[in-house]
Write a protein that binds this ligand. Sequence first.
Ligand code: SF4
Length: 96
Amino acid sequence: MTTMNLPLVSTCSAEGCSYNHDHDCHAAAITITGATSACGTYVDEAAKAGVDATGQVGACHRSDCVHNSALECGAESVEIGAGADVADCLTYSAAG
Ligand code: SF4
């Protein structure tokens, strides 16, 4: 997989994150972590940050997700928003 076809963050409702610009993620690449699919890239700093492009999923530790292969996300895009944490991957789906 090249960075050209990493899954896009289609929308993110975690408005408190520095990378969040009007529900668009502007981190170059996010990492999904842990048992709750938390966005490990979330950061609450005063200044807005990131790149001039929509964020992508660089890595995902949620190996039990149907979209996960070798700790990479194979979904076309993901939605991030409040779940168990302030920002979780809402596209997570438990593998059968
Ligand atoms: S859809 Fe699944 S594999 Fe992709 S980022 Fe979310 S939890 Fe990880």
